[in-house]
Design a protein around this ligand. Structure first.
Ligand code: SER
Length: 324
């Protein structure tokens, strides 16, 4: 029986030539993306990797420090990897505690992924960018794809540079690097860590546990956000789109919804009327103030038919159903 299953997997892998390596599979996006990709490609063909093994996620997992070029190279050669999703990074708020260390980590890991891919025939690379690439000198109500990039955080600087490196590897070496500028991602399956948009996940946890929510942003701070299912679907749709359709080789603007803490709190109060929220803005307020409120994602809609499905009310309903 076991031999039968193994040979079935071997045949399946032969038929389905794509072998995917996820770098940073324990993170907020990685946790969910790994599961979704495995539904499409099979567990055997989607290798999860991160610094530490997480309980419950041991299947086809490899411990990997992405700052170690040789370690990535070894996996890519041994497993005949054809696609890499490079999700490891230090986010906006945490990155400000150690600017140079954040730059080193975010760039070193990206260079390793790009170089290993170029040298060993990886077909496609996914690099997540962020609305953090934008800074104060933009139209915040309708932030265009082509807006100037003057990021206010080291994280944003590393993402803006990373987008350009992706474009460079595409232009110079033909490496098929694809990228999205994610808004703040909200999901129930995993917690974000060290970001400025994290409050929008935390508030749901506090609501279902009947705890007071201390919000580190002011009530009126509107930011672009996206529900996890939309974020994952956008990622897979972009990666599966025909190559000729991809006209943006830096990174696509991506829009889901926009709201501020007061609006998310009122949508939650429809289910938990007693939710208490205390506004205690800290250093993250200045980061949020420098970011767009609403993203124009026409290029993504035109090139690969992007369309978000979740608005704030729908997201709140699903978040609460799953967390309570
Ligand atoms: N959600 C991220 C952060 O807040 C931005 O990409 O840092």
């Amino acid at each position: 029986m076991i031999n039968g299953i193994i040979s079935f997997f071997n045949i399946y892998q032969e038929m389905n030539k794509d072998v995917i390596l996820i770098v940073g599979s324990n993170g907020q996006l990685g946790t969910v993306l790994t599961q979704k990709l495995r539904l499409i490609y099979g567990v055997y063909n989607v290798i999860a990797s991160d610094l530490y093994e997480k309980t419950g996620f041991e299947d086809n997992f490899i411990t990997l420090d992405a700052t170690d070029f040789k370690a990535i190279e070894e996996i890519v050669l041994k497993k005949k990897v054809t696609q890499i999703y490079h999700l490891a990074a230090i986010l906006s708020a945490k990155g400000e505690q150690n600017p140079l260390g954040t730059w080193d980590l975010n760039m070193k890991t990206l260079f390793n992924v790009l170089e290993v891919s170029r040298l060993h025939n990886v077909n496609k690379v996914f690099f997540p960018s962020s609305v953090a690439v934008f800074g104060n000198n933009i139209d915040k109500e309708n932030t265009l794809q082509s807006s100037n990039l003057t990021p206010s955080t080291v994280y944003g600087i590393s993402k803006a540079a990373g987008e350009n490196w992706g474009n460079y590897y595409f232009e110079k070496y033909g490496l098929d690097v694809r990228s999205l500028r994610y808004p703040g991602v909200v999901g129930y399956q995993s917690l974000p860590g060290g970001g400025t948009t994290d409050y929008a996940v935390d508030i749901y946890h506090k609501a279902v546990n009947n705890e007071v929510f201390d919000c580190f942003l002011e009530a009126s701070t509107t930011l672009p956000m996206i529900y996890m299912d939309d974020a994952i679907r956008a990622t897979i749709e972009l990666m599966e789109a025909d190559k000729e359709k991809i006209t943006v080789r830096t990174s696509y603007n991506l829009s889901g919804m926009s709201f501020n803490p007061e609006q998310i709190a009122s949508s939650i109060k429809e289910h938990y009327p007693n939710l208490k929220i205390a506004y205690k803005p800290d250093f993250r307020q200045a980061i949020a103030d420098s970011w767009p409120k609403c993203i124009n994602d026409t290029a993504a809609r035109n090139d690969w038919n992007w369309k978000p499905q979740f608005d704030l009310e729908q997201m709140t309903k699903v978040m609460i159903e799953n967390l309570k």
